[in-house]
Write a protein that binds this ligand. Structure first.
Ligand SMILES: [Cu+2]
Length: 479
């Protein structure tokens, strides 16, 4: 077991605290939620959950559950579709935008939309108790207070999230801001987004959802809602690749076939303070990974693969997640700046329970399935240690005594990882603002979180969606 302090682990000092203040506006307190009229909204979207019959496998039709979007107000780039795939439209807004979304449920069962990673009020968060029946709608009005980053949306009805996401319900929610814009990161064709998912299909072409204690897996990798392309053509320049692990349960162990490092520039909650080089990393459900990839050193015709290594060395074969082929074409080289963003490190001393974290054990319970600390989920119930005073910062500790990884997601504000005692497997993503932390077998992880934007009832849960659906989900209440 290693026990690294945050300073050792991240190799950084607390210098960033003061520097971050000028940019901390997006984390300031937000007033009580209010409904926006169409005139007051910067962006107004109708988002409909519906079935789509698509030919994703050649010669076969598959019935997906998905979203379709209609832009009622806002710039035309607000809604873009991922051509051909089953995913919902990508929503793109900027920090400060007032967003109004009418969700219409036209699938066969209850659903509700959660804006994963966005800091919104209880009423706008897609809490499972807000799930609406088929034929009904739900109205969202929120101001985007998050920094630039790649967030996403997916359903959140209790007990059915895994099924509905597996059927195809998910989409990206991209936030832009000025701090990111002035970096002039690779954009247009040089900014690529990859939603990675795995699916199992029946002979007929229909999806084969098989939930278990391990989660639901597939033998076919899907990229952006389509069957994985054979190759992705890239030019001899620098690209910004933004990944979402959109799988229900699959954890990747990613590396590059060229043995190069990834240059990570962003995490779940946007840009890091400085670029970080990673040779390989474990990549869990719902985590986002933003990186720069420089293909200029390769010759035209060469290929580089994003490889999925076995989770445990020597146990299993490596496989290709994506294959890039270098082609002719105009491209430029982008040098990552030494400072990406003014990053506000939460000091441990800010926590009201510094040195005495709230402890949550990720454990199974007989007759229930996976739980957090042996407690099952019910819609409105919370324990006294799940009550937080508005404005407080707290340290939470997740301990995983089991042999299964648990990607833990906490709704509300983004958090920071204070400390990770590595159990059996090292190499998870710890940098930056996070909303999911992958808790590998034996890991004991402390996170720092500010509960300073909205009062109300929120949830935290395992983002292995089958674990979540079983009962690995709990409420917390900010009073
Ligand atoms: Cu889990």
């Amino acid at each position: 077991m290693t026990n690294l302090s945050r300073r050792d682990f991240f190799g950084k000092t607390t210098v960033g605290i003061g520097a971050g203040l000028a940019f901390s506006n997006s984390w300031a307190r937000v007033l009580a939620p209010k409904k926006f009229s169409k005139a007051e909204a910067d962006v107004f979207i109708e988002l409909k959950a519906l079935k789509k019959n698509l030919e994703i496998l050649s010669g076969k039709k598959t019935t997906f559950w998905s979203y379709s979007g209609k832009l009622i107000k806002g710039p035309s780039h607000t809604l873009t579709s991922l051509a051909g795939g089953y995913l919902g439209p990508t929503i793109e807004v900027k920090t400060g935008d007032r967003v109004k979304i009418i969700f219409k449920n036209a699938v066969d069962e209850k659903s509700i939309v959660h804006w994963h990673g966005l800091d919104v009020s209880h009423e706008n968060d897609g809490h499972p108790h807000f799930a609406v029946e088929s034929g009904k709608s739900y109205e969202y009005d929120f101001e985007v207070v998050n920094r630039a980053g790649m967030y996403w949306y997916h359903p959140h009805p209790h007990g059915r999230t895994g099924f509905q996401v597996y059927q195809g319900m998910a989409g990206l929610f991209v936030v832009r801001d000025r701090e990111e814009a002035i970096l002039n990161l690779p954009s247009g064709e040089f900014e690529k987004r990859f939603v990675i998912q795995d699916r199992l299909f029946k002979e007929s072409g229909e999806l084969d959802y098989r939930p278990s204690m391990m989660g639901a897996f597939g033998d076919t990798l899907m990229i952006n809602g389509e069957k994985k392309p054979e190759v992705i053509k890239v030019k001899r320049g620098t690209y910004r690749f933004r990944f979402l692990n959109g799988c229900n349960a699959r954890i990747f162990n990613l590396a590059l076939s060229s043995k190069d490092s990834f240059t990570q520039i962003g995490s779940d909650g946007g840009l890091l303070e400085k670029p970080v080089n990673l040779k390989r990393f474990y990549y869990g459900p719902a985590e986002r990974f933003d990186c720069l990839m420089d293909f200029s050193k390769f010759s035209v015709g060469e290929t580089v693969e994003l490889e999925g290594l076995p989770l445990v060395e020597g146990r299993g074969e490596k496989y290709t997640v994506l294959k890039f082929e270098i082609v002719e074409g105009k491209a430029s080289i982008f040098e990552a700046p030494t400072t990406l963003s003014h990053y506000d490190i939460i000091p441990e001393a800010e926590a009201v329970n510094a040195g005495n974290p709230k402890k949550f054990e990720l454990i199974p319970k007989r007759g229930v399935g996976w739980t957090i600390s042996g407690r099952a989920y019910t819609h409105n119930e919370f324990h006294e240690d799940e009550v937080i005073k508005f404005g407080d910062t707290e340290v939470w500790e997740f301990y995983n005594p089991t042999g299964m990884p648990h990607p833990m997601h906490v709704h509300g504000t983004q958090f920071q990882i204070l400390k990770r005692e590595v159990g059996r497997l090292d190499g998870c993503l710890n940098e930056g603002w996070k909303d999911v932390v992958l808790v590998m077998p034996g890991d004991r992880i402390q996170v720092l979180k500010r509960f300073n934007t909205f009062k109300g009832l929120f949830i935290y849960h395992c983002h292995n969606l089958e674990h979540e659906d079983m009962s690995m989900m709990r409420n917390y209440k900010i009073l």
